[in-house]
Design a protein around this ligand. Structure first.
Ligand SMILES: NC(=O)c1ccc[n+]([C@@H]2O[C@H](COP(=O)([O-])OP(=O)(O)OC[C@H]3O[C@@H](n4cnc5c(N)ncnc54)[C@H](O)[C@@H]3O)[C@@H](O)[C@H]2O)c1
Length: 350
């Protein structure tokens, strides 16, 4: 039995408490949130769970084996560091941390202490993403040429992070999970329409040495909500629409062949439009699958599907996108090939 404490009982923390309550071999012991009204709500919904105003009391509780952190991203690093130093396994909400240095430090600390550090990239546990990975791994799509994602709506303007840090972690984690090749570089542009420097519309391109390309469009200022992703192979292409109630993934047997004409001056393109297949998807709640993965990885010492390595790669891409935005879309080379964890021991003394 793994006894967990959850820090942050806001929008997402409420979903985490509900799902960890249902997870196998797990008991939610405590929740911490500084807002009194949230603790009153906790008491109404779950009278058996202890509420703390101070997260430190939860982290230091001897009754707790694992700490789940669902607070604003600027607080993730300090809370996770304190929990790991107290010998607790940690699940961090996405995005893992505000910087690559912080993420690398936490991975290193968890390794030293022999503790699990996992990041909740919930989409990796959906039936849709599992199916898309299966189709790609079976070679049904052929060689993958592009991934194009749109995640826009009239969204909550976040006070501490821009729209890419808020929305793109979902799509970047899906990209990194499905595509084995490591990215080479990013270009990003964005704009703020408010008086702060926080971009509310942004476009991110991730470049690969093979010629595969990935593009992400994120906005908090769209009148309609769109959650679509295209994955194009040279055999078949996928349209993933997360807002569809059941037919979220459609596989198009469409494509094109190209050749040169006889004097090799013109490109000749033949188009092919075939059947559309709608695969059956697993409809289990993704958050419950994620909670079960966290608990079983603690009990069995396994590597989770949504590992801290994927969490770090997402933060590397987001940090590089910030640099690119500041330089009007200039290409920023990524350092994702290296498995090496850089020591950043100065953070331990803070
Ligand atoms: N995996 C997903 O699909 C998903 C979806 C939504 C949000 N999230 C992530 O969850 C996290 C929280 O987002 P949210 O939308 O629930 O925000 P929220 O503002 O609704 O809730 C955050 C809660 O944390 C509390 N809090 C703030 N600082 C704290 C501290 N130091 N100690 C204890 N509690 C503290 C706040 O009082 C608040 O109740 C973010 O990292 C966000 O990116 C993930």
């Amino acid at each position: 039995m793994v006894k967990v404490g959850i820090i942050g009982f806001g929008y997402w923390g409420t979903n985490l408490v509900r799902n960890f309550n249902l997870a196998s071999n797990c008991r939610v012991i405590a929740v911490a949130d500084p807002r009194a009204e949230r603790l009153i709500q906790l008491g109404r919904l779950y009278s058996h769970i202890k509420g703390y105003k101070e997260s430190e009391e939860l982290i230091c509780s001897k009754d707790i084996d694992a700490v789940i952190i669902a607070t604003p991203v600027s607080t993730h690093f300090e809370l996770a560091k304190r929990a790991l130093l107290q010998g607790k396994h940690v699940l961090l909400e996405k995005p893992m941390t505000s910087s690559v240095m912080e993420a690398e430090f936490l991975i290193d600390l968890a390794k030293q202490k022999g503790l699990l550090l996992m990041v909740d990239h919930t989409f990796l546990y959906t039936g849709a993403v599992a199916k898309m990975k299966q189709l790609k791994d079976l070679g049904d799509l052929g060689n993958i040429k592009y991934l194009d994602s749109t995640r826009i709506n009239l969204g909550l303007f976040q006070p501490d992070i821009n729209v890419l840090w808020d929305l793109a972690p979902h799509d970047i984690s899906i990209l990194n999970y499905i595509i084995d090749e490591k990215p080479h570089s990013v270009n990003a542009t964005g704009i703020t329409h408010t008086s702060n420097d926080i971009e509310n519309i942004a476009y991110l391109t991730i470049n690969y040495n093979s010629g595969f390309i990935a593009h992400f469009s994120c906005s908090w200022t769209s009148p309609v909500k769109l959650r679509t992703m295209l994955i194009g192979g040279d055999q078949k292409m996928i349209l993933y629409n997360d807002l569809e109630p059941t037919e979220k993934v459609k596989v198009y047997d469409s494509g094109y062949n190209h050749s040169k004409d006889q004097d090799k001056k013109k490109i000749l393109v033949d188009y092919r439009t075939g059947d559309i297949h709608v695969p059956k998807l697993n409809t289990n709640e993704a958050l419950l699958e994620m909670a079960n993965d966290f608990v079983s990885c603690i009990l069995e010492g396994k590597e989770p599907k949504s590992s801290s390595k994927i969490g770090l790669e997402v933060v590397k891409i987001l940090e590089a996108s910030d640099k690119s935005i500041k330089h009007s879309g200039r290409e920023v080379i990524l350092d994702i090939q290296s498995e090496e964890i850089h020591q950043s021991s100065n953070l331990l003394t803070n």
